[in-house]
Design a protein around this ligand. Structure first.
Ligand SMILES: *Cc1c(COP(=O)(O)O)cnc(C)c1O
Length: 887
């Protein structure tokens, strides 16, 4: 299909494809590299051809002749698939099921990706441009095959080829297991950023952990959440183990000080134990560009030193296996908490393991360039995605001080010019703190450096603000509690040159609340805002292909996928009958698809013409799924009280919930149980019929989101004002032609500004009033909303099953101060939901709102977001990979 052809992609892969052993190059594992090594520095743009020139003559001809080329067309694709089925998978085509077809199809696309990936890495190395390293403990990538096909621009080729071989492409795509190395919004943001970085040709690597078990799989049994391990690695064609890229990581031990020949004190971190980090690389294809970046994930394994062999040789087999298992534990599990930190030793080990391996890698790459240390921040930008990687600040200072022999000030200057820190939350329970004794035990040298950083920082504060004695205690990196704690956010601020929040309200809040003192100390310029975004490739083109196609038919091609502001062109068609009809048909088809999924997974039959009301996200009290389900109960009671005639006039609705609760978060699990209990009653009530259905979809993840989001009419983003830093699913829903009901929180505010307040249903109290309202609850001047009280009474009557189970949800509001202000916002919520019903009944008006909103969503592309980071924080430039010659 013409609209999908991406000229640069369909050419014969590069003449630059041979693997050369250069820093940063990522040749396929197992292919031996040429022996000659060269240090390429200072090559200007356009000189990449010298890579081939550097290949010795005898090999050169053979190499170029036998270069892998990937497939060019449908026939080429089919032969690659058949070849992989018959050789790589060692199966016959007669015995090729969908799972084997998925594997072979992925391998065929992977081959294509590798070529571009090598070229991109070589190019970046030759030009020696500044790179960004994005450190994130979570990357919620979802499926890779569909994304690779679309970004390469060969999905139609694959579709036709698979059809020839007897497969439907949708079935093949569905074989893939999600890469679910994240909890929710923070991890998905990192994945959207990688897509934008590659699509915009920025030289950038992601660094994370290769968890053996990603976020657990959620099953709903008897209405309760049950967690099942996620064995996602069983077959993963998208990763390349680099057994030659390993780093020894030290833990525990002690610090010895000596004096060198210049009389300088030198610290030596000695003893303890060593764990080995092994790199696994995942190619990240850009959309409509050959640029293919790298995501490097570290896996832990035992360091195979002589010690192990000795044990083994002594017949102590069990103990050497135990060592191995202990080492592997470090990268075994993703901690399943979203917006909650619990100071577990293993978590701290994960953090240091990952940060130390990544920095070793970055520093090694820099040192190959033979540049002086002071140029490090001109070559390297490191972004800390939340405080999880903050130990990187300390580790880089340690490397420069202890291993490279720099003076403190020179080293610290390099460190602070390298790092940027993104804050993701103001919730106190999510702010990371580690106990001093734990760090002392695990990382003794790092604790000394943290104390020194704090000392110099507090001294400078004291010099500048001699009168303000309390200030020192407030901003100190060390909290003087019992035991003492290291405040990671303070360390991240002091160690970075920029700190950003993720939506305007959130960035203002951090400047006026939790980081207020730091604004006084460092001045306001250090603190900035970069409002989050989402990649339109996955969240429109991939998740909603028909809408993407319709939009491209009106905007003149697929440019809107790389310049989302192009969407505003569809506003010209808001009155166009055919366009509106096509728009409505697509929404209905998406809802029919979701209805099928609901039937298959939850066993509930829903009417696709009903209003689909969706709340899918992590289950958390601050996100207030409890407000939603209390509202659903209120709706149910209202319907029950009506006469049959009156009922007929009501707007049918399907309330759809989805999301995981952290396994240890008891209240969140009660909310899931209540939703399912309400569903069981409401869905089987003959008085109600199709007027109200309540569905909980199990195991919400990225690929479920791709089905659910395009099918939504209204979605709920109803956090207590001031608690949701940004939210990103609000952006996904609006981009897919759904409206939203929400509080004045996070990015909802900017979405309103962009799309217009007629196109969003806002309700509830404002962030600035939250403190007073909480005070009123605590000091007894608040009366529970009477409608909400009726809901509570119904629950307490046992209408939805055992009343004991839900007592805590009620008493949190009634007896324990209603911290999330459910009662305060209940009336406004119910009224606004009634407005939603009215608006939906006027379908003409509704569709106008939807089209207008989509047209105005350009701002929320993660491309805009990445360009802001690149310019304002990272100081990096795009680097195009040259088009291939002679193709
Ligand atoms: C976008 C996304 C999120 C974030 O949702 P919020 O509503 O912004 O919290 C969480 N999980 C998945 C799978 C997502 O795709």
């Amino acid at each position: 299909m013409a609209s999908e052809s991406l000229p640069t992609r369909q050419r014969r892969p590069s003449m630059g494809a041979p693997i050369v052993d250069i820093q940063g190059s990522v040749g396929p594992a197992g292919i031996s590299r040429p022996k000659h090594k060269r240090t390429f520095t200072g090559f200007g743009a356009g000189e990449i051809k010298s890579v081939e020139a550097s290949i010795p003559e005898p090999q050169r001809e053979a190499w170029l002749k036998h270069q892998v080329s990937g497939f060019k067309d449908k026939d080429g694709f089919e032969s690659e698939v058949v070849r992989h089925v018959e050789t790589t998978l060692a199966r016959s085509m007669f015995n090729c099921d969908e799972s084997a077809a998925y594997s072979a199809c992925s391998l065929a696309f992977r081959d294509r990706l590798i070529l571009e990936w090598n070229r991109t890495q070589q190019r970046q190395t030759f030009v020696d441009s500044k790179r960004l390293y994005y450190l994130s403990l979570e990357f919620l990538m979802g499926r890779a095959l569909d994304n690779a096909m679309l970004n390469i621009g060969q999905k139609d080729t694959a579709k036709a080829g698979l059809a020839d071989l007897g497969f439907r492409i949708e079935d093949v795509i569905e074989q893939e297991h999600d890469a679910a190395l994240g909890n929710g919004g923070l991890g998905r943001l990192a994945a959207c950023f990688l897509d934008s970085l590659a699509s915009l040709n920025y030289p950038a690597w992601g660094y994370g952990l290769r968890y053996r078990y990603g976020i657990f799989k959620q099953e709903i049994i008897d209405g309760y959440q049950v967690e099942v391990p996620d064995y996602w690695l069983d077959f993963n064609p998208w990763e390349f183990p680099r057994h030659d890229v390993t780093v020894d990581i030290q833990f525990f031990g002690h610090v010895r000080k000596s004096t060198d020949e210049n009389g300088r004190t030198v610290a030596h971190w000695e003893g303890g134990e060593i764990v080995k980090a092994v790199a696994y690389d995942v190619p990240i294809p850009g959309y409509a560009t050959p640029s293919t970046n790298n995501l490097r994930l570290w896996s832990s394994t035992a360091a195979s030193g002589e010690f192990d062999f000795q044990k083994f040789n002594n017949g102590d087999y069990e103990s050497s296996v135990a060592d191995q298992q202990r080492a592997e534990t470090i990268s075994a599990v993703l901690y399943p908490n979203d917006n909650l930190e619990r100071g577990k030793e293993l978590r701290l080990k994960q953090q240091y393991f990952w940060v130390a391996a990544s920095l070793y890698d970055i520093v090694r790459r820099f040192k190959k360039s033979k540049r002086p240390w002071k140029e490090f921040p001109e070559q390297v930008a490191i972004q800390l995605n939340d405080t999880h990687p903050t130990l990187a600040v300390v580790e880089l200072q340690r490397i420069l001080l202890d291993l490279e022999g720099l003076e403190w000030d020179e080293a610290w200057n390099i460190v602070t010019n390298t790092f940027g820190y993104t804050n993701h939350t103001v919730l106190p329970e999510a702010l990371e703190k580690w106990s001093v004794p734990l760090i002392q035990h695990l990382l003794p040298r790092h604790l000394q450096i943290i104390y020194d950083i704090n000392l110099y920082f507090l001294q400078s504060v004291e010099r500048r603000f001699p009168e303000e004695r309390d200030l020192l205690g407030r901003v100190s990196i060390i909290e003087e509690s019992q035991p003492k704690m290291v405040r990671m956010a303070h360390l991240a601020i002091v160690g970075s040159h920029k700190v950003n929040g993720v939506a305007e309200l959130h960035s203002d809040l951090i400047k006026t609340t939790i980081f207020k003192d730091f604004v006084t100390i460092f001045g306001p310029d250090k603190f900035t805002n970069v409002t989050n975004g989402i990649t339109p490739r996955r969240w429109l083109h991939q998740a909603n292909p028909r809408l993407s196609e319709l939009i491209s038919s009106k905007t003149g091609g697929k440019d809107f996928l790389t310049d989302l502001n192009e969407l505003n062109k569809i506003e010209l068609y808001v009155k166009d009958k055919a366009f509106r009809k096509a728009w409505a048909d697509i929404k209905l088809a998406n809802k029919e698809r979701l209805a099928k999924h609901i039937k298959a997974s939850a066993g509930v039959t829903v009417d696709p013409t009903a209003l689909f009301d969706v709340q899918v996200k992590r289950i958390h009290e601050y996100k207030r799924q409890q407000l939603n389900i209390f509202g659903v109960i209120h709706r149910y009671l209202t319907l029950k009280a009506m006469s049959p005639e009156e009922r007929k006039k009501q707007q049918p609705r399907v309330s759809i919930f989805g999301g995981k609760a952290a396994p240890g978060y008891w209240m969140a699990k009660q909310i899931i149980h209540l939703i399912n209990s309400v569903g069981k009653v409401v869905n089987n009530d003959e008085d109600i019929g199709d007027l109200l259905k309540v569905v909980f979809l199990e195991d919400y993840n990225v690929s479920k989101a791709e089905i659910i989001i395009p099918a939504s009419d209204i979605s709920e983003h109803i956090s207590t004002a001031g608690t949701e830093a940004s939210g990103t699913s609000n952006m996904k829903f609006v981009l897919n032609g759904g409206l939203i009901i929400g509080t004045c929180d996070g990015a909802n505010i900017e979405i309103t500004r962009e799309i217009g307040e007629n196109n969003i249903f806002l309700f509830g109290n404002l962030a600035e009033d939250v403190e007073d309202l909480r005070h009123a609850h605590t000091y007894g001047t608040h009366e529970i909303d009477p409608d909400l009280n009726r809901v509570f009474q119904e629950i307490e009557k046992g209408t939805f099953g055992s009343t004991q189970d839900f007592a805590a949800l009620i008493s949190a509001v009634r007896d324990h101060g209603d911290y999330y202000l459910v009662s305060d916002d209940f009336h406004s919520y119910i009224e606004t939901q009634a407005l939603v019903d009215d608006a939906y009944r006027n379908q003409e008006e509704w569709i106008t709102k939807c089209i207008t909103s989509v047209a105005r969503m350009g701002f929320f592309s993660s491309d805009r977001c990445i360009n802001e980071y690149a310019e304002g924080i990272w100081n990096i430039e795009p680097l195009r990979v040259e088009k291939e010659e002679g193709a």
